[in-house]
Design a binder for this molecule. Structure first.
Ligand SMILES: Nc1ncnc2c1ncn2[C@@H]1O[C@H](COP(=O)(O)OP(=O)(O)O)[C@@H](O)[C@H]1O
Ligand SMILES: [Mg+2]
Length: 263
């Protein structure tokens, strides 16, 4: 079993990177082999996992643009079982640089094939745009996980994302699934957050994860220490919520594999 999950929402600041790092860490703690692909030029997953961005660092840019072997760019993190394909600001230029390349939506997918059997889960941290990088992530993925912040305009842009997913299914015949909608930065003290959460559950139904990620300051602090929340503050609500999410992802995965074995 190996699963590639793109963590995407073209809105910035909704918890994509926080989810990539901490779901990745929580899956690794439950003995899965995990690769996080940083596909955002901001490189927040890279620094958040404690990898220094020095000029000699091999990154996803070298793989996508210069055809560097992906296993020469993947590095280990301080956490057992958790690897990273890093990114830095060079990646900004990639949309333009690849515009005339054949099969440009499938470059990441073709590289990833070489290392896929080493991992149980690959999580792709997408940039806040429906650009060529996000298309590459979606084409490389089996499913998408969409973090949505429980606030006003939560649904802004989500219909474009759903249209893009539909287009990928139709134009490329790629059976992309919805892994789940994840409610993030939930503050149960406010009526607004509760109302938005209820609306999202009504709109997306069973596609919404049961696990909700609370607003928790420890989650915001952890990246500046280059650590996942599981390493930074294992007893925090933030840490518990991502462990819970990992369990839910694993349970859904098992349910799907029994289903497909039985059919
Ligand atoms: N559950 C949370 N509680 C508190 N702060 C959070 C939480 N999730 C994310 N943050 C903070 O909110 C900001 C945006 O989150 P981030 O994961 O970087 O979003 P994105 O990758 O979608 O832009 C970051 O400063 C992050 O530390
Ligand atoms: Mg991010």
């Amino acid at each position: 079993m190996n699963r590639v999950i793109a963590i995407t929402n073209q809105k910035g600041g909704v918890g994509k990177t926080t989810t990539a790092i901490n779901l990745g860490a929580a899956l690794a703690v439950s003995d899965a082999k995990v690769l996080i692909i940083d596909a955002d030029p901001q490189g927040n997953s890279t620094s958040g996992l404690g990898i220094q961005k020095h000029p000699g660092l091999a990154t996803i840019y070298d793989v996508l643009v210069d055809g560097k072997q992906i296993d020469h760019a993947i590095c280990h993190t301080s956490m057992e079982g958790l690897d990273l394909l890093p990114a830095d600001k060079n990646l900004i230029g990639v949309n333009l640089q690849l515009v005339n390349v054949d099969d440009r939506e499938s470059i990441l997918r073709n590289h990833l094939k070489r290392v896929l059997d080493r991992y149980d889960f690959v999580l792709i941290d997408c940039p806040p745009a429906l650009d060529l990088l996000t298309l590459n992530a979606l084409m490389a993925a089996d499913s998408v996980l969409v973090p949505i912040q429980c606030e006003f305009f939560a649904l802004e842009g989500v219909s474009e994302l759903m249209d893009t997913i539909e287009r990928i299914r139709e134009s490329f015949g790629h059976p992309l699934r919805i892994e789940g909608i994840l409610l993030t930065m939930f503050d149960d003290r406010t009526n607004l957050a509760r109302q938005v959460a209820a609306d999202l559950r009504e709109f997306f139904g069973a596609d919404v994860f049961k696990t909700v990620i609370p607003r928790n300051i420890r989650l915001a602090e952890a990246p500046s220490h280059g650590k996942s929340i599981l390493a930074y503050d294992p007893g925090s609500r933030g840490s518990e919520s991502y462990i819970q999410l990992a369990k839910e992802v694993l349970t859904n995965e098992q349910a799907r594999s029994t289903q497909s074995a039985g059919s």
